[in-house]
Design a protein around this ligand. Structure first.
Ligand code: AMP
Ligand code: GLY
Length: 420
């Protein structure tokens, strides 16, 4: 049973369904697009006892928890207490995403490279700290904010305003009652996904997301407008270096804190002129990164999920295809601010070879047609021998999909293509 309702969960369901170990995949709650392919079950993902009940009623053998909110709420702890196998970190592990202030202190304690920072719950010390900061400066709501709680401030006044709005609870509710003020880091971003079981882990291919809504990485931050993997940005030697300087100390640090970290650790990195620095941890697969990472796995994903859920040691070597994958997110124009909903989606068949439609923010109208229902509506995924081929397939698919306010970036992968 995959818990969640977005593109990440659709991909997880598809990949798990391909495993010879799996009889049936169900998705809870899923969405009407996912329901064309999988059985979906009603569920409020914020209700732990309901997750347990639905898993029990449906005699589920393994629950894969997709989003961060149930993980931070302790969904995995609740499932474990009910003796149901669950993939994902427990509540203690999920703090790495649920509290940026905790994470910064953790990084600092274990000397893992990250931006200089201060954590604050009171305005005066925060302003005092700001007075000594260089510009731009980054102000973050410590708690969960769906990727929107980070402001890059160009002036002191802007930063003070952001701190005030967050601490008062005005801009991000309780998630902003503590803020992190952080040094601005310049460089290129990339992310490393690990499937973990305590200190053993499997590293997935490095990916790059496109967080800004506009082409050339301009405009507002979004949940992600497209991604690709693998990226040439990170060589094998560089990855080996990240494993030594970042992954090892992180997992050892967690163990030292008494956290047996199981599940996905997503390490967001900024590659600066002074080396890689950790921007953030997520405790789940990225969305849309999942859509491009999982298709590259040559081995069966399900044994890895099971071993992690059981706390067993993961295999040292996992095989990936010699291939590339790209996802272009089809959003509703206006996202991440306000945007129309309820627009009928049509998809011309046959789909381009090597391409796949992933359903994210979709619903159903009275006549049963699939309609847009969120900012990020669909993912157009292409997987091929090269990144060029993956791009061709993904963009050919974008043209075959229609809904009135369809909007997508035409330049996904632009940094990779300019690397030559
Ligand atoms: P976070 O959720 O902390 O990863 O922040 C979301 C996005 O804000 C990141 O993916 C970066 O693009 C940007 N960001 C966060 N922290 C910094 C920083 N210290 N310097 C520059 N950009 C940042
Ligand atoms: N795409 C960024 C994230 O999943 O956090």
């Amino acid at each position: 049973m995959v818990v969640g309702s977005g593109g990440r969960e659709h991909t997880l369901a598809k990949v798990c369904q391909g495993s010879p170990l799996v009889g049936e995949v169900v998705v809870a709650p899923g969405n009407p697009g996912i329901a064309q392919e999988f059985k979906t079950l009603k569920l409020e993902v914020e209700n732990n006892s309901l997750i347990v009940k639905v898993a029990q009623e449906n005699k589920v053998d393994l629950v894969v928890v997709g989003p961060e909110v149930p993980l931070c709420n302790g969904a995995v702890d609740a499932l474990q207490e009910a003796a149901i196998l669950a993939y994902g970190p427990n509540q203690a592990g999920a703090r790495l995403e649920g509290s940026k202030a905790y994470t910064k202190d953790f990084l600092s304690k274990y000397e893992i490279p990250t931006a200089d920072y201060g954590n604050f719950t009171q305005i005066e010390p925060a302003f005092e700290y700001l007075a000594a900061c260089n510009l731009p400066v980054v102000v973050k709501a410590s708690g969960l904010a769906a990727g929107k709680g980070v402001l890059i401030c160009q002036t002191k006044e802007e930063a003070e305003g952001a701190v005030k709005d967050m601490l008062s609870g005005g801009s991000f509710g309780d998630s902003g009652r503590e803020v992190v003020i952080e040094e601005f880091l310049d460089g290129e971003e990339t992310s490393l996904h690990l499937i973990c079981s305590g200190e053993s882990y499997v590293a997935m291919p490095m990916s790059q997301d496109h967080k800004k809504v506009g082409e050339g990485d301009t405009g507002l931050n979004t949940g992600g407008m497209g991604a690709y993997a693998p990226t040439k940005l990170v060589t094998e030697e560089m990855l080996a270096d990240y494993e030594k300087s970042i992954v090892g100390p992180t997992l050892a640090g967690l163990r030292n804190e008494g956290v047996d970290f199981r599940g996905t650790l997503y390490i967001g990195l900024m590659l600066t002129s002074k080396g890689p620095k950790v921007l953030e941890f997520n405790v789940r697969f990225g969305d849309p990164e999942t859509q491009v990472i999982l298709p590259l796995l040559a081995d069966d994903l399900v044994p890895l999920l099971l071993q992690s859920a059981r706390g067993q040691t993961l295999p040292e070597k996992v095989n990936f295809k010699d291939a590339s994958s790209m996802v272009v997110v089809l959003s509703s124009a206006g996202y991440p601010e306000s945007y129309p909903k309820g627009e009928v989606i049509s998809i011309a068949s046959p789909l381009p070879e090597g391409s796949e439609v992933i359903y994210a923010g979709v619903g159903k109208d009275e006549s049963g047609q699939i309609v847009s229902a969120g900012g990020r509506v669909l993912g157009a995924v292409g997987t091929g021998d090269s990144i060029e081929q993956a791009r061709e397939q993904a963009y050919a698919l974008c043209e075959q999909i229609e809904f009135k306010s369809k909007f997508y970036r035409n330049d996904i992968g632009h940094r990779e293509f300019s690397r030559g």
